[in-house]
Design a protein around this ligand. Structure first.
Ligand SMILES: NC(=O)c1ccc[n+]([C@@H]2O[C@H](COP(=O)([O-])OP(=O)(O)OC[C@H]3O[C@@H](n4cnc5c(N)ncnc54)[C@H](O)[C@@H]3O)[C@@H](O)[C@H]2O)c1
Length: 358
């Protein structure tokens, strides 16, 4: 399954659901960091930390045979001072990201693979980016469905002109704007920049609501606001492309998007078979789909991280690549709190703190 000579030393902070809970070593495509590290060549999963004994025991029970040498720590500080890591995955809940990230950046790994939502405020994001620049560290955000092999294949084909120039993208997903719906915001962004990587989101407009009884806000701390839920969001891009996020399931579920181009349309998402049609509605061939080997998005994400650590291009959703998504998310919150007003990006308000805890 792995090559015999791992080149990069990896650590994981937080051993909950997304670190090791979704999937198992037996799965073909486990949806978690441990699964990605298992299936991707090049990594040695050296250490992990979690203050909860049950989480450490859970990891050992499920993944121990796959990673017999992984050292488990109670605290992230002791993990980070134990040695230097090439990549550190930060898999704690959103409100803990900022403090843990500051510790991690002091240790100067090559890449931090940080779970979404990156930060609870834009001020936190600005500070982390400045610290990362100083440390020479790249921050990659785990909008994980971004790396679904079928999504990446469609991204490549759309960029190559499968449906002409992209004109609009409509994605489907409800939920907490930063913590949950952001997967689809990222998908809309991924395809709205279809044939033009430098395309930027200029302004957003959103409607939504504050949940009255939010189970994720039980322990909300002073100074934070409850995370709003999305009803709809529109995003205007610099080259005139329109992105829309519908805050509910679409006809075939969530976490997918319809992409409209000058010569046809495509349907893309992690959980659906990709489709494309020309302007007359005739199905187009999805070249490469039949041969696709799907080991899951985390395997692909770690493959991009390994390529970068080997001297190649930056992984997707890194640095500026995720800043746009976070600006859109916070812009949507500003807009919906102001009753649907248009908000220009980048956001003026950088200090609003949202309890992004899902
Ligand atoms: N990419 C995805 O599809 C996806 C899915 C679920 C969750 N997430 C994100 O992953 C993050 C974690 O979510 P989860 O559902 O796995 O949470 P979880 O509660 O299951 O796990 C978090 C773990 O972090 C540990 N922890 C807390 N503080 C710590 C610290 N300082 N050092 C080390 N460990 C610490 C906790 O003990 C817990 O075991 C969140 O940001 C969430 O939004 C992403």
């Amino acid at each position: 399954m792995k090559d015999s000579t791992p080149r990069f030393r990896a650590a994981v902070i937080g051993l909950g659901a997304i670190a090791q809970g979704y999937g198992s070593p037996e799965c073909a495509a486990p949806y978690c960091h441990a699964g990605g590290l298992l299936h991707c060549d090049g990594f040695d999963f050296v250490a992990a930390a979690d203050p909860f004994l049950a989480a450490r025991e859970g990891f050992r029970g499920k993944w121990g045979a796959s990673f017999p040498d992984t050292i488990l720590f109670e605290g992230s500080e002791s993990l980070l001072t134990s040695e230097r890591f090439d990549v550190v995955a930060v898999c704690v809940r959103g409100p803990h990201h900022f403090e843990v990230m500051k510790q991690v950046l002091e240790a100067r790994p090559g890449v931090v693979f940080l779970e979404k939502p990156p930060t609870c405020s834009l001020a936190e994001m600005d500070e982390l980016l400045a610290l990362a620049r100083e440390a020479g560290t790249t921050i990659t955000i785990s909008y994980s469905r971004h790396w679904s092999p079928r999504v990446l294949l469609m991204e490549k084909l759309v960029r190559e002109g499968l449906i002409g120039d992209v004109q609009s993208v409509v994605g489907y997903c409800d939920g907490a704007i930063l913590s949950y719906a952001s997967h689809t915001t990222d998908l809309v962004h991924q395809f709205a920049t279809g044939t033009n990587r430098s395309n930027k989101a200029l302004r957003v407009q959103a409607r939504g609501f504050i949940p009255q009884d939010d189970p994720f806000a039980k322990n909300i701390q002073v100074g934070y606001e409850i995370e709003p839920r999305l009803q709809h969001l529109s995003i205007e891009f610099a080259d005139g492309v329109l992105g829309v996020q519908v805050g509910s399931h679409g006809p075939v579920g969530s976490f997918y998007a319809d992409v409209f181009g000058t010569r046809g349309r495509a349907r893309v998402g992690m959980y659906i078979e990709p489709q494309a049609f020309d302007s007359q509605g005739t199905p187009l061939e999805i070249e490469g789909f039949c041969e696709l080997v799907d080991k899951g998005p985390f395997t692909e994400a770690y493959r991009q991280i390994a390529t970068f650590l080997d001297g190649g291009v930056k992984p997707d959703c890194s640095d500026d690549g995720f800043v746009h998504i976070n600006e859109i998310g916070f812009g949507a919150i500003e807009s919906l709190l102001a009753g649907g007003k248009t908000v220009e990006l980048p956001n003026q308000n950088r200090t609003r703190r949202i309890w992004a805890n899902q």
